[in-house]
Design a binder for this molecule. Structure first.
Ligand code: CU
Length: 476
């Protein structure tokens, strides 16, 4: 089990710092371990091991189509004046990644017996649709939607669902205490969804699990560089950057701005921190775009608005629900831990971007010609990306320990982000040469970082933990 430590500790320990920096620099080299499953792709001529991460994180090349169908079931004739019911149950099946059929039930039940009439069907429809949602980014497409209504004769109950994350099998209706089963049939294909990698990795419930896999793979590459290239023992872990403790992004502030010193990550660009290996052109540290186009030295734009506060972190950590409608960047902060931590919503008087997003902007600057790389899709070119995301992962792990009953949302997320969808690109769609292709990693597989599922273990090793699962005590 690899133990991830605060980067502040690593910085203070000169030996550990040098070793980390050496491994990060070695990863720029064109070497991969053919025996290591995480590093099985062909070497990248330009960006070394980083290129893979830049390509994944970018949004350029990948698209995949998911199909969406409508399911309908019709009841027998009902006697509207006499029939009462207490519940409606939906039986849904899906195939897991091993092709095994699984069944789940979703139930609408009422304390009182309800007479079947128009108002009742609306109640059930509303209830079911509170479980599902739509997504403004996908305007023009059809969204997950339940409908419970009477047919033209007014005697039969018609239940339908479009863009359901499951294959609907039956619905059961307890009428006059007698349970009746009605079978769903698969209807027309409603839509093709074009899935793009960026839309899956960001602004969706996949955000946290996706980056969990992403940085873990980077950590294994780091261990490979440490061992095979640098001749150390490979026992090195990714550090996390607790930015609530470091209030300054100023390289001149030697104490709080320790990350940006020439003997560590360097400052804004190669002109003012020539000594840092991560900014200087002679050391070969250059930025590559997706698919390997060379761009030149790494750029930062430090202090574009300061770092997120501990207060805002505490606000996010108090959210009780993992995610909610619309399962995108519009999800309400009160009801979406994921969206609050990702940073699309304002928190009190702090306007968005907040938390995760704010760190990207604070180091990378705002959009524009002179902006730095951390706020762009090529952000994994800067090692700070991984330290930052390691902290995001740690905050999620802390949250998970307090909210053990929370699970990945069952309804609502669109294709590619649903509970049953393997996360792109670990679903094979990126082609066999990509790292981890065909691993079929689901969001649930990495839900608990200390208890990685067997499927993930074979791929990502025996897991990792953090040296601390508590928030920093007080903002300095
Ligand atoms: Cu990020």
């Amino acid at each position: 089990m690899d133990k991830r430590k605060d980067i502040r500790k690593i910085y203070k320990d000169k030996k550990a710092r040098k070793r980390l920096m050496d491994a990060l620099v070695a990863m720029k080299k064109n070497i991969r371990d053919p025996a290591n499953p995480t590093t099985k792709s062909k070497p990248d001529a330009n960006g070394g091991m980083y290129q893979q991460y830049v390509n994944w994180h970018g949004d350029s090349s990948l698209s995949k189509v998911a199909e969406v169908f409508v399911y309908t079931a019709t009841s027998d004739d009902l006697n509207l004046t006499k029939d009462v019911f207490k519940s409606i149950t939906f039986e849904a099946t899906y195939k897991d990644r091993h092709g095994v059929s699984k069944t789940e039930e979703f139930e609408f039940s009422s304390k009182k017996k309800l007479r079947i009439k128009k108002g009742t069907t609306k109640k059930i429809t509303d209830y079911l649709n509170s479980l599902v949602s739509h997504d403004i980014e996908w305007a023009g497409n059809t969204f997950a939607k339940f409908k419970v209504e009477f047919d033209g004769t007014g005697k039969k109950l018609v239940v339908s669902c479009s863009n359901c994350p499951y294959v609907l099998k039956n619905f059961k209706c307890t009428v006059n205490e007698v349970e009746k089963t009605f079978t769903f049939s698969k209807g027309a294909k409603i839509a093709d969804f074009n899935l793009r990698r960026m839309q899956i990795a960001h602004s969706s419930p996949v955000f946290l699990p996706w980056h969990r896999v992403f940085i873990r793979m980077f950590e294994l590459d780091l261990q490979f560089a440490d061992k095979v290239i640098n001749g150390e023992d490979g026992k090195i872990a990714l550090p996390y950057w607790d930015w609530t403790r470091d209030r300054s992004l100023d390289p001149k502030d030697k104490k709080q701005g320790y990350l940006w010193q020439p003997d560590f990550l360097g400052g804004t660009d190669h002109t003012d921190a020539a000594k840092s290996q991560f900014l200087s052109v002679p050391s070969g540290w250059e930025v590559f775009r997706t698919n390997g186009t060379k761009e030149g030295p790494l750029r930062r734009f430090l202090n574009g608005g300061g770092l997120p506060s501990l207060r805002n972190v505490k606000y996010a950590q108090k959210r009780k629900t993992y995610d909610s409608v619309d399962f995108n960047r519009g999800s309400k902060s009160s009801k979406s831990y994921r969206n609050t931590l990702e940073g699309w919503v304002s928190i009190g008087r702090t306007s968005a971007p907040t938390l995760h997003n704010k760190v990207h902007v604070s180091v990378g600057g705002e959009d524009g010609v002179n902006s730095g790389h951390l706020q762009l899709s090529v952000s994994p070119n800067d090692p700070i990306f991984f330290f930052h995301h390691c902290n995001i992962d740690r905050l999620w792990a802390i949250w998970q320990r307090k909210n053990r009953k929370q699970k990945y949302p069952k309804f609502g997320p669109l294709p590619g982000r649903r509970i049953i969808d393997p996360m792109i690109p670990w679903d094979g769609s990126a082609g066999a040469s990509w790292l981890g292709a065909n691993r079929n990693i689901l969001a649930m597989d990495v839900w608990n970082c200390a208890k990685l599922s067997t499927n993930v273990k074979s791929f990502l090793g025996s897991g990792y933990t953090y040296d601390s699962f508590s928030l920093s005590k007080k903002a300095p």
